[in-house]
Design a protein around this ligand. Sequence first.
Ligand code: SF4
Length: 365
Amino acid sequence: MAALHSVAALRAVPAALDGLPVAGQGLRFPPVQVPDLTYTPEVARETAHLYDKVARVIPPVEWPFFAPYVRAINEVKRQRNAVILAHNYQTPEIYNCVADVVGDSLQLAREAARADAEVIVQGGVHFMAETSKILSPDKTVLIPDSRAGCSLAASITGADVRALRASYPGVPIVAYVNTSAEVKAEVDICCTSSNAIHVVESLGVPRVIMVPDQFLAKFVAARTKVEIIAWHGACEVHERFTAEEMRRFRLDDPSVRIVAHPECPPEVIAESDFAGSTAAMIDWVKTNRPGRVVLVTECSMADNVMAETPDVEFVRPCNLCPHMKRITLPKILHSLVNMTEEVVIDPDVAARARRSVERMIALKA
Ligand code: SF4
């Protein structure tokens, strides 16, 4: 069962939540009242409508572990005037039961900037929390576990970008949003997996450097006349998929449809029926309603899309992102109660990073 790993995390309830109410960190944030974390008939009643959303992926026997946290988080969230952002790769109980905004990393950051909230809790990894802070400099941005990293973001530093610029003078540098604020601050413009080709071609030059994902760079290079110079980063989840696996899916069921993310190796993309960003993959499934589909991406995405497409059967090649899975309900509650861990970015770095992100947004508009 996809949700079991989350239950294991719930059993390791942070002791810091005992003896409630708990004061906020210092005088900057007032104390909050945290509901009791016992599963009672009242909790069952109050959360029943949320369980309906995840009943296909969370067995009834597991819900008593989740429900008290779901209720407590939704209550404390109101007291804090906070919004919770959940990336598509977050587990179903986070995505469906406590999140206010769901989507890919850029959708989340943009929606958060529009939200009338003082506090943003990022259900996702660190570079996403930084992107939220970049676009919402006046809000308090929290990440429930700051160790939630990303192999792509970790593959390149600001110094690496400066070295690339020195090696290729005059060649513009495009950074995938899966990068740190420090890297975004050094590049010319950002891109997402859905707009990468458009961003590259908008620059009107024959050569462009793309960082950090070598596979997204290859995906773009195969679809444009612009010469692409690629960095060597890769997503540790998507790079593990193989063309052989895809052929086996088709052998097992010739009617199955295969939908892949551009962070996959090119030979995997070549075996797929459709390749596109996280949002484009979801749209494709909702529009085409295949009988059976393989989502060649992080495992939780199928769980989350499943809630909205009950007529589609998902074959799940279960590659989990260990960084995304660091975020759990107990950690979100702990984060909201104690106002930790706050994401802080040097104002100069944040301003330069914002310029790269806003150039991309302006282009899209
Ligand atoms: S799935 Fe890949 S790109 Fe996304 S956070 Fe995990 S390691 Fe990074």
